[in-house]
Design a protein around this ligand. Structure first.
Ligand SMILES: Nc1nc2c(ncn2[C@@H]2O[C@H](COP(=O)(O)OP(=O)(O)OP(=O)(O)O)[C@@H](O)[C@H]2O)c(=O)[nH]1
Ligand SMILES: [Mg+2]
Length: 463
């Protein structure tokens, strides 16, 4: 018996487990009324079976001994107009651990099966309410950590990425049909304009696929967060700036050099972007203490891994070899913003000298103590991220989509090569069909149970 049948009724608590104003216990399947009927008395005296679709009913839930468990609202959705495409009842009760568990227990003891993670959404997919890319967007939406990642997820949930996938597939199908129409022609006899037309179709398809693939890394950063590390010599004020950005006293600060030895990382939203901000140990050329040596390794790793560096110099003293050493550790091409810290103190640093060393990179004067310049820094970070992620149109964020597109692109390139080499069209179409078949997995036109298991196991129970 397959684990995920559709003709049984599933139940789960759909809200986080714990205390809250309201919790929702959700039921989906043909037997939802049977599960609720023995326990629910509506204040209107209507019976559960007579509830109209898209209505809400207030009443009491009692256990089988007649004891009241809670006063609840029951929302009624009827197939096919529900999230799962089946009959769905949602019981909104008071948000306590005991209440929700007891209500769920009543349903489980009366014919319902406990839902697996993501099973409601899996049913929505199987019922054709949403495609696979949209189902994935449900998870992205739940997990969105910033308004930008939320925006991406909503667009995907609304089906805009799916539309783009379908367009790609349609173009591949058109090219395949075009070729099949000429399959009985010897390749040499293809008219020049037909030949050129097919080549143009290949180019178009490849370009569209590449555009989608190019956006992957960018979008991955929007979803998973952008790593921004604060680097500089000891005592430059990195930890103080870290605290100022977070607006709380997170890192230890002192005038003793090497206060920070291990790096600290905290999430932060700036300009709608989700950032992971990292405070690092001051970079020095000759670490002697074994703990300093370990700290250096971590700082250098942070430098490598970061998408953006905040290079902090102490404006209250002249630029020195320690600053130069830090600058040398910034890899070629790594984006960075220079922060001249301690702007509240008399400036001893020669700005032109610093500008020369950092080759005209953006310089911002800040003070971790007075917060001067912090708004400008936030604007600088947002501007950088806007540029990094500012591609128009729909883009992919999931590794699954990237793998499929890369596989399809490889088949397409093989098909094009064969076509250019005047291989008989029936061989060219084999590769083309391969690309097409792979593309069908994007929206779930073709899927395996394992693929669904993999996707939906990431979901929470009750979604
Ligand atoms: N006046 C002034 N002092 C600051 C400012 N920022 C940091 N300081 C002081 O500079 C000293 C070093 O600050 P930290 O934030 O610990 O410096 P750090 O770069 O993290 O140092 P390490 O962890 O040792 O690498 C402390 O005494 C801070 O109070 C600032 O904007 N103005
Ligand atoms: Mg520090």
């Amino acid at each position: 018996m397959p684990k995920f049948e559709l003709d049984d009724t599933i139940a789960a608590i759909a809200t986080p487990i714990g205390e809250g104003g309201i919790s929702v216990v959700r039921l989906s399947g043909p037997g939802v009324c049977d599960c609720l009927r023995p326990f629910f008395a509506s204040s209107s005296k209507e019976t559960v079976d007579s509830f109209l679709p898209n209505t809400i009913h207030w009443g009491k839930i009692r256990d089988s001994s007649g004891q009241v468990i809670d006063q609840v609202l029951v929302s009624v959705f009827r197939a096919p107009n529900s999230y799962t495409g089946q009959d769905v009842l949602e019981v909104s009760c008071h948000g306590g651990l005991a209440v929700t568990k007891r209500i769920l227990g009543l349903f489980l003891g009366n014919g319902a099966r406990h839902a697996e993670p993501g099973e409601f959404t899996r049913r929505a997919f199987l019922a054709g309410k949403i495609d696979l890319a949209q189902a994935e967007a449900v998870l992205d939406l739940i997990r969105a950590k910033s308004s930008r990642s939320l925006e991406l997820a909503v667009r995907q949930l609304e089906g805009r990425l799916s539309q783009r996938f379908r367009k790609l597939k349609d173009s591949a199908m058109k090219l395949l049909a075009h070729m099949e129409a000429y399959i009985d022609f010897p390749e040499e006899d293809l008219e020049v304009d037909v030949n050129d037309g097919m080549l143009a179709q290949f180019t178009d398809l490849k370009e569209n696929m590449r555009t989608l693939l190019d956006g992957f890394e960018r979008n991955q950063r929007i979803r998973e967060g952008v790593l921004v590390s604060i680097i500089g010599k000891p005592n430059a004020g990195k930890s103080s700036l870290f605290n100022a950005l977070l607006e709380r006293d997170r890192a230890l600060v002192s005038d003793i050099p090497h206060t920070t030895r291990d790096h600290l990382e905290e999430p932060l939203e700036i300009g709608g972007f989700y950032l992971r901000v990292r405070d690092t140990a001051g970079l020095i050329s000759t670490a002697e203490h074994p703990l300093d040596k370990l700290g250096m390794i971590r700082t250098l790793r942070a430098v490598q891994d970061s998408h953006l560096l905040l290079f902090v110099v102490d404006g209250s003293c002249p630029l020195d070899d320690a600053d130069r050493h830090v600058f040398k550790k910034i890899p070629e091409g790594k984006p960075f913003i220079v922060l001249i810290n301690k702007a509240d103190l008399p400036m001893k640093l020669e700005e032109p000298e610093l500008a020369l060393m950092t080759r005209g990179a953006a310089l911002i004067r800040v003070s971790a103590q007075t917060r001067e310049g912090l708004k400008e820094l936030e604007r600088g970070i947002s501007r950088f991220l806007e540029k990094e992620t500012g591609e128009e149109g729909e883009q992919i964020t999931r590794l699954r989509h990237k793998d499929i597109l890369e596989k399809a692109l490889r088949s397409l390139e093989k098909a094009e090569k064969a076509f250019r080499e005047k291989t008989p069209l029936e061989f060219v179409t084999v590769e083309l069909r391969e690309a097409l078949d792979v593309m069908k997995e994007l929206t779930g036109e073709v899927y395996s149970e394992e693929l669904l298991d993999r996707i939906f196991s990431e979901f929470c129970i009750g979604k």
